[in-house]
Design a protein around this ligand. Structure first.
Ligand code: NAI
Length: 351
């Protein structure tokens, strides 16, 4: 099976396979500790030993260190270059800036990859959805530049640069090339934001010219959303700026059965952080109800990245077989199982 995620250099991966690799572990907030705990159990059951450097971030770190992004966390991420992370809480309209955005910017994790595939056994309007969402992770309206121009008038600045647009486009096309994907669709609103989204498209087109065997398309984001929910098979790799990518990837998750199923990763030149697409799910946190599959599959993506492709494949196949048999499912999938029961079923399926 083709690797679904970029991998570390062969030599680095071989080194890591010999000595137990070190990775940063961020359990996160809300359901984070529950689903990350599940991923750890499945990774261990897959026979991979990792020396975890456990760190706090977000609300957990604020409680413990009075700082949502302690220095030790950043140092650990720089040292290990790889992390498995649970979701972090970000208050709406108040409080500290998103620590996710902060980590992605600080470590220059510019590419967010969200493979979104149908699972047999999970009933959704479409079968065979197979979408790769590639989201630019470092700029756009997430630049965090906001100010009150006058009372009752605020501005949020959307930043798009040629450098970041080119490198995310290259990431998408390289991914497509390595994984034999047929097309890349750039999603935009350049009819309105002619300069910013216009620049993004210009860069995507220039990179597309270097990959003549991969079809390149463009689609305005509103029309793309409509087409995604009526004909998802007409897309393959989606290339998006930060905000559209955030929104459209949740839409794509809905197409395959919900947020509990979709893994993700943030890649930079020097490292990667693996995390599920979903957030802290405060409505079910601490109740042993969260679907662990997205976190388990994120763990599998991490194993592939560090050179344990075979164990990653076993994890993915075990999760898929549990979903297919439909006997042990969490409530979001219409079942009655707890997080722990579903995790145990995945582990049984590996043996
Ligand atoms: P959410 O993803 O936490 O929850 C949305 C809905 O999906 C809820 O009904 C929740 O119960 C359900 N859900 C999510 N994960 C699930 C799982 N594993 N199993 C079963 N059901 C699941 O999104 P929401 O409510 O908008 O955000 C809550 C918090 O999470 C916010 O503070 C937000 O900023 C943060 N967040 C963090 C992310 C990250 O750290 N990467 C990503 C998205 C949101």
């Amino acid at each position: 099976m083709e690797p679904t995620v970029p991998t570390k250099s062969k030599r680095a991966a071989a080194r890591k396979v010999q000595a137990a690799p070190i990775a940063t572990l961020i359990p996160g907030d809300g359901v984070g500790p529950e689903v990350i705990g599940a991923a750890l159990e499945v990774i261990a059951a897959a026979g991979v030993t990792i020396r975890w450097d456990r760190q706090s971030a977000g609300a957990a770190a604020l409680r413990r260190y009075n700082n949502p992004a302690p220095d030790e966390l950043i140092e650990s991420l720089k040292r290990t270059g790889v992390a498995l992370k649970g979701p972090l809480e970000t208050r709406i309209g108040e409080g500290y800036r998103s620590i996710n955005v902060y980590l992605r910017k600080t470590l220059d994790l510019y590419a967010n990859l969200r493979p979104t595939q149908s699972f047999s056994g999970v009933h959704t309007p479409f079968r065979n959805v197979d979408l790769i969402v590639v989201r630019e992770n470092t700029e756009d309206l997430y630049s965090g530049i906001e100010h009150e121009v006058a009372r009752g008038v605020v501005e949020s600045v959307k930043v798009i640069t040629a450098k970041a647009s080119r490198r995310i486009a290259r990431f998408a096309f390289e991914y497509a090339r390595r994984n034999h994907r047929k097309s890349v669709t750039a999603i935009h609103k350049a009819n309105i934001m002619k300069l910013s989204d216009g620049l993004f498209l210009k860069c995507a087109r220039a990179v597309a010219n270097e990959y003549p065997s991969i079809r390149y398309n463009e689609q305005i984001v509103d029309a793309a959303c409509m087409r995604l929910v009526t004909d998802p098979s007409s897309f393959d790799v989606l290339l998006l700026e930060n905000l559209y990518g955030d929104i459209v990837s949740d839409l794509c998750a809905g197409l395959v059965g919900g947020l509990g199923l979709v893994p993700g990763a943030n890649f930079g030149e020097k490292g990667a952080i693996f995390e599920a697409v979903h957030g802290t799910a405060p409505d079910i946190a601490g109740k042993n109800l969260a679907n662990p599959v997205a976190a388990i599959l994120s763990g599998a993506m991490m194993l592939e990245y560090i050179g344990h492709g075979r164990a990653a494949k076993r994890m993915r196949e075990a999760a898929a077989s549990v979903l297919q048999s439909g006997k042990v499912l969490t409530r979001d999938l219409g079942g009655k199982a707890s997080t722990q029961e579903m995790t145990a079923a995945v582990i049984r399926a590996m043996h």
